[in-house]
Write a protein that binds this ligand. Structure first.
Ligand SMILES: NC(=O)c1ccc[n+]([C@@H]2O[C@H](COP(=O)([O-])OP(=O)(O)OC[C@H]3O[C@@H](n4cnc5c(N)ncnc54)[C@H](O)[C@@H]3O)[C@@H](O)[C@H]2O)c1
Length: 395
């Protein structure tokens, strides 16, 4: 069997990680790296062509699988072009900007019978699956809350590294950045999966920023329901919390550190690492080889609830700017005093920052996350017959 022809679009930034892995797999004969595309020069393995226009890559390199790691606001048009060119996709998170874009992409994938895996790599976590199984087996009793907290440090340079960083719109067009939509997207996605969330819930959200950016760097939100979902995250904390997801039930509590796959089930004093994370590209390639036997770990349909939350957040007012008196200047950026303790308290109590009496907090904005047909009809996508490449891919 010949190895799949895989191409990468967006090869710097996080794409550099994809490029390294694809280059290794190419050298090992596991895939054929058919081509790489970026607006800026990047180094490719000998013989692998570099393009600056994804249409040219799709036309000339004839990939069967495309990894898309460009900024979020460019995902939809590139994904549509790649699917229409007959490619299966590994599309980075957040997959699209809105439910309308989600529906458009699914329509094109249906029309072209292509598979689309979304880059929520934490869904390849065996610890997540173990926890889901424990919930399903009733080990935690009735689950009442799924709560995630995370506290990271991002220097000011992080928000100016590329034109779309820290922006809500660029050149008059919506882009998507912010703590929940981007770095902590995995925390939100894991919570939605563990809670079995399918939309149709009231949302309360508080979003904050330190001056100089348009989007939230610090956020807490609560989704009503059984169980309720609470998320409290920040990019302005000198103290580090990798990302703890606490699942509370009537019969016990479990904690998953989602970036590291460390899990403590009820009765475990200490978390232990669950080995065996499945790579999403590996899974996509295995799915292509055996569509019925190997389901995708994160098909685009499974991201409908995530996109529904993001979609609802577009209606929220801009994040509140935290006053300088509440901040701690550091050499490379600005920290929010005591924020790691605050996000922990929010998730352990299920309270939003204002309800905790945090000095800079303002009452939550209230919205609603809809149930949509695409969310409720999560269905496994199978690979259809490979369609001929249309000749009309515009240059
Ligand atoms: N899965 C993860 O853990 C993870 C981590 C970081 C970033 N991401 C996601 O990866 C994507 C890229 O993020 P980033 O931080 O690397 O962004 P970035 O802006 O640093 O890099 C994007 C790259 O895409 C290139 N690019 C932009 N438009 C292009 C186009 N039309 N054609 C070809 N190349 C184009 C840029 O030149 C740049 O090299 C985002 O969706 C982001 O959320 C995922």
């Amino acid at each position: 069997m010949t190895s799949a022809r895989v191409a990468l679009i967006g090869a710097a930034g996080h794409g550099a990680t994809h490029l390294r892995r694809l280059s290794d797999w190419h050298a090992a004969g596991r895939v054929t790296l058919a081509g790489v595309c970026d607006l800026n020069p990047v180094e490719t393995p000998p013989g692998v062509p570099l393009f600056t226009d994804h249409h040219a890559l799709l036309r000339s390199a004839e990939p069967e699988v495309v990894v898309i790691c460009t900024p979020p606001h460019t995902h939809l048009p590139i994904a549509v072009d790649a699917a229409r060119a007959g490619c299966d996709l590994l599309l980075e998170k957040p997959p699209v900007l809105s439910l309308a874009e989600h529906a458009s992409l699914i329509a094109v994938l249906d029309e072209t019978a292509r598979a689309c895996q979304v880059g929520f790599q934490a869904l390849g976590s065996p610890a997540l699956h173990l926890l889901s199984d424990a919930i399903a087996a009733g080990q935690l009793g009735t689950v009442t809350r799924v709560a995630a907290c995370g506290a990271w440090w991002r220097p000011d340079a992080y928000f100016t590294r590329v034109p779309w960083a820290g922006r809500r719109a660029l050149d008059g067009r919506p882009v998507l950045d912010g703590a929940v939509a981007n770095p902590f997207a995995h925390a939100l996605m894991d919570c939605l999966v563990l809670a079995g969330f399918s939309g149709g819930a009231d949302l309360e959200v508080e979003r904050y920023r330190v001056g100089g950016i348009e989007v939230d760097d610090t956020t807490c939100l609560r989704l009503a329901g059984d169980p309720e979902i609470v998320l409290a995250v920040t990019l302005r904390s000198p103290e580090f919390i990798a990302g703890d997801i606490t699942v509370s039930g009537t019969a016990g509590t479990a904690v998953l550190e989602y970036p590291t796959d460390r899990l403590a089930l009820p009765g475990h004093a200490e978390p232990t690492t669950v080995p065996g994370r499945v790579d999403l590209l590996d899974n996509l390639l295995a799915h292509r080889a055996d569509p019925a036997g190997v389901p995708l770990l994160c098909p685009i349909e499974a991201t409908g609830p995530f996109t529904a939350v993001i979609d609802a957040l577009w209606s929220a007012p801009p994040p509140t700017t935290i006053e300088a008196s509440q901040l701690t200047p550091r050499a490379d950026g600005t920290a929010i005093a005591g924020i790691s303790e605050t996000v922990r308290r929010a998730t352990s109590t299920g309270s939003l920052f204002a309800e905790l009496g945090v000095a800079w907090a303002v009452p939550a904005w209230r919205g609603h996350v809809p149930t949509t047909a695409s969310i409720s009809q999560l269905r496994p996508r199978t690979i259809g017959t490979r369609i001929p490449k249309p000749g009309a891919i515009s240059p």
